[in-house]
Structure formats: C-alpha cells, structure tokens
Design a protein around this ligand. Structure first.
Ligand code: ADP
Ligand code: MG
Length: 238
C-alpha cells in the first residue's frame, strides 16, 4: 500500500526553481533515505511533504488523499529537525504533548500517549526537565518522542543526528532503526552520512539539483550506480 506519493512536484522561490519535477512513491512502512549535495533540495522536499512549505505545482498524496492544500496538523506527518526545535519554556512532558494540546486532545489521552512515547524512548526520568537541562542526545530523543506522540502516518527526519558526536550518532542510529521496526511507520530521512544511509534505508533516493538522479536499495545503488555522481555519493566512502 502506498503511504506517500509525489507526482511531478515542483517548487520555485521567486523565479528560481529549486525542485524541478520530482516523482516518488513510498510504500507504507518503508524507510526511505534522501541523499544529495548541500542545496539540492532535500529540506525543501521534506518541508513540502510536511506542509511547512507550499507546493508550486504537482500532486502530493499521503495515504489516499491529495494533501497539496491541507494544513500541516491534518496531514498525519511529524518532522524531526537537526536543531531539535524544542520549546525552551516547556518541560519534556509538555514539549511532547504540545501537538496534541494544539489539536485539543483530551488531557487524559494526552497523558497516556506521552507516557507511552516516554516509555518507548526511555524518557521517563526526564519528563520534568527543561530542554536546557538536557544533553544534545537527550534533546534529540525528546524531539523524536514528540513526533511519536502524534502517531503520524509518516515520520520526516531532516539530518536529525548531525549535531551529535560520532559515538552518540551510532547509538541513535540503531535506536531509530529499532523504532522503525517497532512502529512499522513510513520514515523519510535526510542525511549526509553515507553509513547512516546504507544501514537505515530500504530505499535510497539520490537527489541532484532539484531532481531525482536515481532510486534504489542501498545494494542496487552500491553495485549498479547509474553514473559517477551516484557512485560518488554511495559507492566510495568519502
Ligand atoms: P538541502 O536541504 O538539500 O541542502 P534546501 O532544500 O535547503 O537544500 O535548499 C534547496 C535550494 O533552495 C537552495 O538553493 C536554497 O538556497 C533554496 N532555498 C531554500 N529555501 C529557500 C527560501 N525560503 N527562499 C529562497 N530560496 C530557498
Ligand atoms: Mg537541508
């Protein structure tokens, strides 16, 4: 079953076209990784899927609905940013429950869902702390917990581990992999890190200058890159 699809999706900022016609279909439960050079449009694509950015033309479907015009809160997506984007004045519990509060979910349901997500990510001991009292890794865990609380159809991760040190990055990578196994949700994940892409992805999408250059399993891209550009991204460690 298709979880998400883009048909000839484009985006221009003023007269500059930064996404130049992207087609992509993602199955439910698939882990899809976007790679490509800085400025190729990875974040813009995620922001369009999440609804933080309008689509200039084309069709975006989530589940079986066209969501081009749908406000972010109704799309069933949750986004995790590199910068965590936690509310500094709210403790962990309220950060995690914020989205449900905005959607006017009853307090008891909110408490239950936050407790569940906190259990999944082992955040229970941190629920009363504020973001400034957390390490980088803990903050990113809270940001992921906040995404889980909304029970989204699709998780969007924009370089979520780039601010963490190497050791923690490896640890969080395996946490994200096991989270994906446990939840079975569709995940779209942007990274610069080739090993992250190779280990997490069911399918890698190589982007170049606002277009899809090649799509395939890590193995397909590694063994049969269409061209030198793809080979440089996937084939040889940088
Ligand atoms: P990536 O995440 O792959 O590094 P981005 O999606 O952030 O790339 O950016 C793609 C292109 O769109 C870049 O050339 C960037 O400068 C441009 N861009 C992104 N956001 C805006 C904006 N709000 N206004 C104008 N140009 C933008
Ligand atoms: Mg980016």
């Amino acid at each position: 079953m298709t979880s998400l699809s883009l048909s000839n999706v484009k985006k221009h900022f003023g007269r500059v076209e930064v996404i130049r016609g992207v087609d992509l279909s993602v199955d439910r439960g698939e882990f899809v990784v976007f790679v490509g050079p800085s400025g190729c449009g990875k974040s813009t694509l995620l922001r369009m899927i999440s609804g933080l950015e309008d689509i200039s033309s084309g069709v975006l479907r989530i589940g079986d609905r066209i969501v081009n015009e749908m406000p972010p809160a109704r799309r069933g997506v949750a986004m995790v940013f590199q910068s965590y984007a936690l509310y500094p004045h709210l403790n962990v519990r309220d950060n995690m429950g914020f989205g449900l509060k905005v959607r006017k979910a009853p307090a008891d349901e909110r408490a239950r869902r936050v407790a569940e997500a906190a259990r999944t990510l082992k955040l229970e001991p941190l629920l009363d702390r504020f973001p400034r009292e957390l390490s980088g890794g803990q903050r990113q865990r809270v940001a992921i917990g906040r995404a889980i609380v909304g029970n989204p159809e699709v998780f969007l991760f924009d370089e979520p581990l780039s601010n963490l040190d190497a050791e923690l990055r490896v640890h969080m990578r395996s946490e994200i992999a096991s989270l994906h196994k446990r939840l079975g949700s569709t995940m779209i994940y942007v990274t610069h890190d080739q090993i992250e892409a190779m280990t997490l992805a069911d399918k890698i999408v190589v982007l170049r200058d606002g277009l899809v250059e090649q799509v395939g399993t890590p193995r397909e891209l590694y063994e049969r890159p269409d061209n030198l550009f793809v080979a440089q991204f996937i084939g040889s460690p940088k």
